[in-house]
Design a protein around this ligand. Structure first.
Ligand SMILES: Nc1ncnc2c1ncn2[C@@H]1O[C@H](COP(=O)(O)OP(=O)(O)OP(=O)(O)O)[C@@H](O)[C@H]1O
Ligand SMILES: Nc1ccn([C@H]2C[C@H](O)[C@@H](COP(=O)(O)O)O2)c(=O)n1
Length: 266
């Protein structure tokens, strides 16, 4: 398989443990999203979420949040990320699993994972979920560097020293994972060197099998909203009827009392 960087991520088999379990009756769909650092994985995932109803889980974001949470692993994660190294799978998968369960969704874009063979094997062994396919954003290294240096999102690892290390780790550890999924016919390679909208056109073509489900999902959301609105309308009418009845009873009694008092005075 040729890549630009060289030249310069189902079916659920339920797992039960202390963290909880996925519902047995649901098919869990997982799409792994890979590409060099800065290839636009996060950018495109945001578009996919909007159009196809997936939950986007960025392993980098999950690790960054964990490193800042003051957890026992926090310092180790921060140090490894600053060195561009890959955090042990046990840590990453625990975070991923928790986020997947908490989302309540059954379709996941797992961004920046699996980064190496250890990640891939651990996910398969622990989660027992086969990815539907792997979306690979392929982009020239010069463009990656330019994007990362201009990102300006305050990331500690967006400095030239760590960027070079991340490129090296991508070539040595992640490219073999792409080869693996390519050999299984599960790689969907996208030219990520183009403008964002053009890249998304290609992404949409790959994600098209999920379009019908997305429509269904949107339709069911619409009927849920309409159902809720109708319920609110019925409750409002009920309240109005109750108020009219009470007013009628109250006024009736008051009138009766008024009439009674008047007749006594006479
Ligand atoms: N097609 C594109 N053309 C130009 N700039 C882009 C494109 N896609 C993304 N960018 C910009 O490049 C930078 C990196 O994009 P993004 O954060 O989505 O990459 P990433 O692959 O998620 O990075 P990382 O692996 O480091 O988390 C961002 O500033 C983004 O706005
Ligand atoms: N599976 C993963 C994903 C990410 N990391 C670490 C190492 C990366 O350099 C860093 C940033 O990830 P990104 O936001 O660029 O996807 O996070 C990891 O160790 N394991």
């Amino acid at each position: 398989m040729d890549t630009t960087l060289e030249s310069s991520a189902a079916v659920l088999d339920t797992q039960k443990d202390a963290d909880g379990s996925f519902p047995t009756d649901k098919k869990i769909t997982v799409v792994f999203v890979l590409g060099g650092p800065g290839s636009g994985k996060g950018t495109q995932c945001a578009n996919i979420v909007e159009h196809f109803g997936f939950t986007h889980l960025s392993t980098g974001d999950l690790l960054r949040a964990e490193s800042k949470s003051g957890s026992p692993n926090g310092i180790m994660i921060r140090d490894m990320m600053n060195e561009g190294k890959i955090v042990p799978s046990e840590v990453t998968i625990k975070l991923l699993r928790k986020a997947m369960l908490e989302s309540g969704n059954d379709k996941f874009l797992i961004d920046g994972f699996p980064r190496n063979e250890e990640n891939r094997a651990a996910f398969e062994n622990i989660m027992k979920i086969e990815p539907e396919f792997v979306l690979y954003f392929d982009c020239p290294v010069e463009e990656l560097e330019r994007r990362l240096l201009n990102r300006n999102q305050g990331r500690d690892d967006d400095n030239i020293g760590t960027i070079q290390k991340r490129f090296k780790v991508f070539i040595e550890s992640t490219l073999p994972i792409l080869e693996y999924y390519n050999s299984k016919g599960k790689l969907r390679k996208i030219d990520a060197g183009k403008p964002v909208d053009e890249v998304f056109e290609d992404v949409k073509a790959v994600l098209s099998p999920f379009a019908v489900e997305a429509n269904t999902c949107r339709k069911s959301n619409v009927s849920m909203v309409l159902g809720l609105e109708y319920l609110i309308y019925l409750v409002k009418r009920l309240f109005r009827a109750a108020r009219m009845l009470l007013t009628h009873l109250f006024h009736g009694t008051a009138l009766e009392e008024g009439w009674h008092a008047a007749s006594i005075q006479k």
